[in-house]
Design a binder for this molecule. Structure first.
Ligand SMILES: Cc1cc2nc3c(=O)[nH]c(=O)nc-3n(C[C@H](O)[C@H](O)[C@H](O)COP(=O)(O)OP(=O)(O)OC[C@H]3O[C@@H](n4cnc5c(N)ncnc54)[C@H](O)[C@@H]3O)c2cc1C
Length: 402
């Protein structure tokens, strides 16, 4: 897709810039302090409310459900201006995962009940897929749901449920049958509360001292059958549909370009071990050039995905997007850590909090370099590990050339 910035598009850009400039200071701070796909929770959810009042929270949703109706070019411009200002990415679970899934497969009642809260940020959904013995091999999940009239009774455990302790909703996979292939006995459920009697959320404290992931335990938890998406025992196809949205939403070249600019600026003030500044070092030029080429290639791929290229219909496309996006995030974060050097080493957890009174030691580049580097290690694991995605890509390609 060639992007020509016509006068109409330039006028659109001006409108976007004018609005984004009104982002409150704490939102800007949250953006500067974002170290993973999960921006600081309270601030980003409040920002989502502001964006949704403007009608801009879900550019990719159909207009009838609250999308913007923007063209691919307009979305490109919005993403570019958003990333340029380092605004925090909206949290993905509602807007990029369960929302699109409900639009695609939910009943009318489920759409009416859940989409408004997903859009305006009143509700936050956590994802209950993984279990202690079901990660890559997700179909081995054991958390069971037994039908009892208008309810299912759930028993078992989920793990790695990101931000479950902040969520008020959960989508999950349960085992409703042990007959036949293991994929055939799975059901997809929406829970409209995470405080049902018998439900317990225990945070897992990460190496950064923060409880981002959780374990969730279910002990005879009664949930309404009306939360089921699709038919009983047909949850595997629903789950795969959601994973398509989850994996397909992971490439973000605009944010990567913005970080590349930060790296370039930081390198101007970082001494090179070979003398002079890092920005003047030929090996730095080579590394940054290679990174820029990779980001440009990711951007080209993203444009193919939004402009009707046949690859967007390939079953492997979400996996390709996931591998490209996750590895790129790791490379960019590695470069940030290298340029930050020893300045990245002090642990500055308190200064990382939005609204903190603790001053950062140098600047926000050094502040986020190490947490971003460390948290980016997870990008090739979550949403299905990259090894497994490569397997899916290979299988899809081999199937087409058999
Ligand atoms: C930060 C983070 C957030 C997460 N958030 C959530 C969440 O909100 N909700 C949720 O449900 N889950 C979540 N997860 C879990 C995530 O989906 C799983 O960690 C992931 O699917 C891998 O499963 P596993 O950890 O059990 O590893 P395993 O499946 O045990 O894999 C271990 C290693 O073996 C490799 N491997 C496994 N099978 C194969 C194969 N067939 N071929 C080649 N290699 C293979 C894997 O690539 C990996 O390197 C999160 C994980 C992380 C790290």
């Amino acid at each position: 897709m060639d992007i020509e910035f016509s006068p109409a598009l330039e006028a659109f850009r001006a409108e976007v810039c004018a609005f984004l400039e009104t982002a409150p200071p704490d939102v800007r701070e949250a953006g500067r302090k974002t170290t993973s796909v999960f921006a600081p929770f309270e601030t980003v959810m409040a920002w989502q409310k502001i964006l949704s009042e403007k009608g801009w929270a879900a550019p990719n949703w159909p207009v009838e459900y609250g999308g913007t109706g923007w063209s691919a070019e307009q979305k490109y411009i919005f993403n570019e201006e958003y990333a340029r200002r380092r605004l925090p990415p909206l949290l993905p679970n509602g807007l990029k995962m369960v929302g699109p899934l409900l639009i695609e497969l939910g009943s009318e009642e489920q759409k009416q009940k859940h989409l408004p809260g997903i859009l305006n940020g009143d509700d936050y959904w956590t994802q209950g897929y993984s279990e202690p013995n079901a990660g890559s091999d997700l179909a081995s999940l054991n958390c069971s749901a037994v039908r009892d009239g208008d309810h299912y009774i759930i028993n078992g455990q989920k793990t790695w449920t990101t931000l479950a302790f902040k969520a008020n909703r959960m989508f999950m996979l349960v085992r409703t049958s042990s007959e036949g292939k293991k994929q055939q006995g799975i059901t997809f459920l929406l829970l409209d509360r995470v405080d049902y009697p018998g439900m317990e959320i225990r945070p897992i404290i990460g190496l950064d001292g923060k409880p981002e992931q959780c374990e969730v335990f279910f002990n005879d938890v009664r949930v309404p059958v009306s939360g089921r998406v699709g038919a009983e025992n047909d949850g595997w196809s629903v789950a795969k549909s959601l994973l398509k949205h989850e994996r397909g939403g992971l490439g973000d070249s605009a944010a990567m370009y913005a970080r590349l600019e930060l790296i370039r600026a930081a390198a101007q003030g970082t001494p090179s071990p070979f003398g002079g500044m890092m920005a003047d070092d030929p090996t730095f030029h080579q590394a940054i050039g290679e990174l820029e080429a990779e980001i440009a290639s990711c951007a080209a791929y993203e444009r193919m995905m939004v402009s009707g290229h046949p690859i967007a219909q390939d079953p492997a496309a979400p996996s390709i997007t996931k591998v490209i996006g996750s590895e790129l995030a790791q490379k960019v974060s590695t470069m940030m850590a290298k340029v930050s050097g020893v300045n990245a080493l002090p642990v500055q957890s308190q200064a990382l909090e939005v609204g903190s009174n603790t001053a950062m030691l140098t600047d926000d580049f050094d502040l986020i370099a190490m947490p971003y580097y460390l948290l980016s290690r997870a990008t090739t694991i979550y949403a299905g590990s990259d090894e497994v995605q490569r397997d899916l890509i290979a299988r899809s390609v081999l199937a087409q050339h058999r």
